[in-house]
Ligand binder design. Sequence first.
Ligand code: NAD
Length: 542
Amino acid sequence: MERERFKVLVTDNIAEEGIDTLKRGGDIDVDIKPGIKSDELTNIIGEYDAVVTRSGTSIKAGVLERPGKLKIIGRAGVGLENVDIEAASKKGIIVMNAPTGNTLAATELTMGAMLSAARKIPLANNSLKAGSWDRKQFMGVELYNKTLGIVGLGRIGSNVAIRAKSFGMRVIAFDPFIKKSKADDLGVSLYEEFDKLLRESDVITFHTPLTNKTRNMVTAAEINTMKDGVIIINCARGGIVNENDLYDALKSGKVFTAGVDVFETEPPFKSKLLEVDNLFVTPHIGANTWEGQKAVSVILCEQLVNALNGRPYQNGVNIPFIKSQLPDRAQLYFDLAEKMGKLAAQIIKGRAEEIRVVMVGKGFEEDLCERKFDVPFSFQPFTVAALKGFLAVSHQETVTFLNAPYLAQDQNVVVQESKAEHFEKFNDLLVFIVRTDKGETLFGGTVFSDSRGRVVLLDGFRLDIIPDGTFLNFRIFDRPGVVGRVGTILGDHNVNIAGLSLSRQVTGEEIAFVSVDCPIEPEVMKQILAIDGMIEASVIEL
Ligand code: NAD
């Protein structure tokens, strides 16, 4: 019997090359309806196997009420604010995106921002066009022989490094999640300390996602440690460099110039930054090149053709077909695994070299473990979920359940999984072990009869943490009064404690996870870190 042809609806203008990819994909009819209204989309969406959008079409729960034969929603780009991923997952619809097509576009904008900032090109342009021929004002600096500090040596950071070296710059980087060999291959010195990079750089450029570690990564304190006359570039995400503090530093001249493409609030019409002359801004156009748009369109449409034809694809954002087919208890372990990965990434020291997932106990036999992912990795769902959680801390939205194993492989992280019958006294336990260049850390999690996943082991410490929300994690010397002082400081700053898990070891140390109801400001953390008996403390988001 002849197979029915697939139908794909394209609801926004995407590059023609992507449409050609769909048409060449075989057995696919493509309808293009840019600007389609929500009512019409709701009525016809069920007739299609897949729908392709950019940011212009909202695909929220209402639109998916009658999904008919819809199997895939594809976003030609990264952001998925316009798609209700949860509603799609509930209906078994795959959501996919194309996070990698913009790399060179964003890289080149960064180089442009750097050159503009070094030579004040935008100001010079405005001045001449306003009828002035005042060349003295536009003394700039050369990039040659200067030190470029790159924060985040991922796709864009690496490409910026390659180009900066061709300008004769000395390139140094800070990225706690990549292996040193990657930096060595690029001819970049990888620094262990962020402060050291700040002190030595003439130009600093940011290429990290926005996470709880990178939000406000640069405030007045960090700017003070920088060289006088430093240049700052942020073409990554608004909020990494504190806007108020950057404003003050530009005004005072501590920062020579800055180039910014991304803002805490976009559009940034109320931001003071727009008032400063030595700040050069662009309206979040990092991805806006014809080539970049073509690349995301082709990448997305190639994936879509593969998915429709049952072939593997990388950038699936949800995994309805896996999770919803797991038994209820396995779904709880699946969620727990993701949280354990996230916890591990925020706790371990050093750069990950090997990750081991051990499924302990009878519960992980047959029932829980029969299904494999439809990708060329034969990992169990729990391993993939743990990897996704682990990598999300350093890669945010670009890591998905489907590409997590690929990403780990790209980073030369060896992933192993195994089963065991026993581990200490636990009947069922999911063990997640990360080996880094600095040592090994073990996490254990289990689901109790109340159907809640809990983290119960961290190395030799017994814990009881429901991994959800914000935690203050600290390690202290086991002596009276230290925990009390933490409580007092939190209380003094109106941070309400929702729960506490405290564990002691024979070594004379204790660790604690304090669940809190609101964020803990850096100033409060400073006070906590200064407590006598405190070994280390950090905020963990789960
Ligand atoms: P990537 O995932 O390839 O690289 C991000 C790197 O940041 C990783 O190597 C990661 O290890 C590192 N990192 C994470 N947390 C860190 C931390 N606390 N300190 C130091 N390094 C850390 O991502 P990419 O594709 O290179 O994108 C980089 C950023 O650029 C992202 O925020 C992305 O959203 C943004 N972006 C902006 C535009 C734009 O239009 N301006 C376009 C594309 C990408």
